[in-house]
Design a protein around this ligand. Sequence first.
Ligand SMILES: NC(=O)c1ccc[n+]([C@@H]2O[C@H](COP(=O)([O-])OP(=O)(O)OC[C@H]3O[C@@H](n4cnc5c(N)ncnc54)[C@H](OP(=O)(O)O)[C@@H]3O)[C@@H](O)[C@H]2O)c1
Length: 165
Amino acid sequence: MSSSGRTALVTGGNRGLGAAIARALDDAGHRVIITHTPGNDKVAAWLDAQDTKGYRFVAYGVDVGDWESTQALARQIQADGYHVDILVNNAGITRDATLRKMDKSGWDAVLRTNLDSMFNVTKPWERPPSCARSATTPAIGSRHGSGTSWCRGRKRHARCLPLAK
Ligand SMILES: NC(=O)c1ccc[n+]([C@@H]2O[C@H](COP(=O)([O-])OP(=O)(O)OC[C@H]3O[C@@H](n4cnc5c(N)ncnc54)[C@H](OP(=O)(O)O)[C@@H]3O)[C@@H](O)[C@H]2O)c1
């Protein structure tokens, strides 16, 4: 990590698009914190593999759909001495199905994991009204994701990264 680098938090950064984003942010000179689901027993081996490639990620387990879990994550990150400058809300699930085949539990899981997570994970890192520091919060979602600005009425730092299927 270069001395000018900032600290990025990438949810779901242990695989898929999140892992690619995490590596790209590291390549760009930022310290990268990734999250995975609690109890994921493959993460230690994955971190070791990344380490051999020169990627030294900090990792935490969290359920992004759970308010308490995400607040505990934020407290732990701060207690460990990190300040998040870049937040990539990437963690999510896919339950593609027609309305006929989608059941209530699948619907609830998608909303909880893909939508509630945006509020849960972003909220602890909101800035005071003065918005003295810039921050970026891209949201990774299917087709029409949503970005959250920390600074209403000023420069909009958040970006939406829709991924067309
Ligand atoms: N790939 C695509 O073509 C595509 C298209 C449209 C949208 N997207 C969206 O882009 C994002 C990444 O997609 P992907 O294909 O890279 O996904 P992926 O390979 O399935 O990885 C999902 C990541 O999210 C984490 N995660 C899932 N549920 C979680 C929860 N409740 N709490 C915390 N972490 C959770 C997973 O952690 P574990 O590994 O611990 O389970 C994993 O790191 C998702 O939001 C997805 O909906 C992807």
